[in-house]
Design a protein around this ligand. Sequence first.
Ligand SMILES: Nc1ncnc2c1ncn2[C@@H]1O[C@H](COP(=O)(O)OP(=O)(O)OP(=O)(O)O)[C@@H](O)[C@H]1O
Ligand SMILES: [Mg+2]
Length: 469
Amino acid sequence: MTRSIGFRLAAWYFAVFTCGLAIFSIAAWFAMRASVFHAVDDELRDRVRGVTHFMENQISSLSLLEIRDEFREHSVLGPGGDLFQVCDQQGQWLYRSVPLEGADVPIALPAALPAPRFEDMQIEGHSLRFYSQRVVVNGKAYTVQVASLMNEAYEAMQRFRLILLLAAPILLILASIGGYWLGTRALAPVDGISQTAQQISIENLEERLNVPQTGDQLQRLSETLNAMLSRLASSVRRMKQFTADASHELRAPVSLIRTTAEVAVQKRDRPAGEYLQALDEILEEAERTSQVVDSLMLLARADSGKEAVEAVPVDLCEIVRGASDQGEKLARTRGLHFAAEVPRGPIWIQADADALRRALLILIDNAAKYTPAGGEIVVRCGSRNGIAVASVSDTGMGIAKHDVAHIFDRFWRADKARSREHGGAGLGLSIAKWIVEMHHGSIDVESESGKGSTFHLRVPSRLERENLN
Ligand SMILES: Nc1ncnc2c1ncn2[C@@H]1O[C@H](COP(=O)(O)OP(=O)(O)OP(=O)(O)O)[C@@H](O)[C@H]1O
Ligand SMILES: [Mg+2]
């Protein structure tokens, strides 16, 4: 069964408070009892001292009868002072106050009393606390026993216990109500947050939670949730854009294939050359489409985290050489000069050679596409400060400053018409960027409009391995 946090808080509060109160009450009761006994015992000791003092002063000069009279006189002076009895070594009474004699309260002989002794007794319905002490006066030992009536003290203690027992449940009820009220009050904003959160779905991801300006955990929670919503919203925006762009990108070649085929079959008996040309166009468009589909599939797999690169120690120079061989052919067909300035190496890096070669080819392909015939492409590689760098420079059209921020976005092309001429869908650099990032590296570009561009592809090099080998 689920209970609200408010209820659970109140229950905890109740449990902790009950324990606290119980401990406090027991401690208070014992403290009170100890202090009452302490006071009574002090008074009893004082009285024994008083009696002893009296005996020291009087005993030598007076007869037994006179002593008894003196005692009687002396005893009525103090409160409860008449409750005492004194006997000597033989058990002969020096003095016995009337109530004690009436109840025949026993007394220990001095010899049987090595240490002072406290005793509690019930006598004729009264609670009495006795204190017996052996005293020596003029070389003779006596037992002086004094008593104090405890009825009032016990009553006070009982009253105190009653107050505690009555007050505890009332305090507990009040504390529980207070705890529940505090809990629900403190958590009320959470209900607000969850209500708003329930209303947010993929359709209205732009909505945000109210942020209570309290500077506490709830404010932080709302802010964190809002930040999460912002991230989700921008991901969803990107996904929507991607789907829209992808379908647009695929619709164009498919409709081109369809129209070419339709035109070809509309008028029968064309010369074979025209059919061939139509088929050529269809083939070219189909190839382009399958390339776009391949790229899209790769990016989709990359997004889902399923596409992983298998990094092993490889020589970057080797990879650059491999990509340059392919790139050179490409450059030649476009009438461009191509140069590869690759050191003998090796430059060890931890990488998936095929993936990295693919990224380099994307850069070389772009350089070839966006450089007019007669231009030059140079591929270099090197390593500095633990970073291995491969770069592709061209003397092509370059990229305008305000476009540089977008070139790695999916489907982004500076000049849609011209790029499309070359069959580009605007996915190449997104794929290259993903590949490099999977290698814990980065990709950046230096470019000047009309003069050319240089793309740098940086990955951490394995200097240690190089030194070891
Ligand atoms: N070397 C370059 N010189 C000038 N512009 C470039 C260069 N490389 C990329 N660009 C610009 O960046 C855009 C994005 O490049 P990207 O490689 O992602 O797409 P694409 O080449 O248009 O298509 P795809 O690579 O998918 O066939 C290009 O359309 C182009 O405008
Ligand atoms: Mg490209």
